[in-house]
Design a protein around this ligand. Structure first.
Ligand code: FES
Length: 104
């Protein structure tokens, strides 16, 4: 499969009629479906969950069951959450990288 950065890693194959939930990712408005985990919400429309520090490697989770800690993401308020075990909630404000000193 070709790496297409304009689409997400995950594809929805069923249950696409669930109600929609709005959230932001790096300040951009996004939509997920009620009952999605943060991982599903983000990776259905993005190629990675976050950029690791240091090094800048793209991370998209590994175990998908809360054990590896590869899926940590940040909220706008600076809290860390595990994307594979946290459900998306309306208005959630997510970041794929920490704030820069200019944003703090
Ligand atoms: S993907 Fe391993 S803890 Fe979330």
């Amino acid at each position: 499969m070709k790496n297409d950065a304009t689409q997400g890693q995950f594809r929805r194959l069923s249950e696409t009629g669930r109600d929609r939930v709005s959230f932001t990712l790096d300040g951009q408005l996004r939509e997920a479906l009620v009952g999605d985990t943060v991982m599903t919400a983000v990776l259905s429309q993005a190629w990675q969950l976050r950029v690791s520090e240091p090094g800048g490697d793209k991370r998209a989770g590994f175990c998908l069951m809360g054990a590896c800690q590869d899926c940590w993401m940040l909220t706008e308020s600076g809290e860390r959450l595990r994307a594979c075990t946290t459900f998306i909630v309306p208005g959630m404000r997510l970041r794929s990288k920490p704030k820069t000193p200019d944003e703090a």
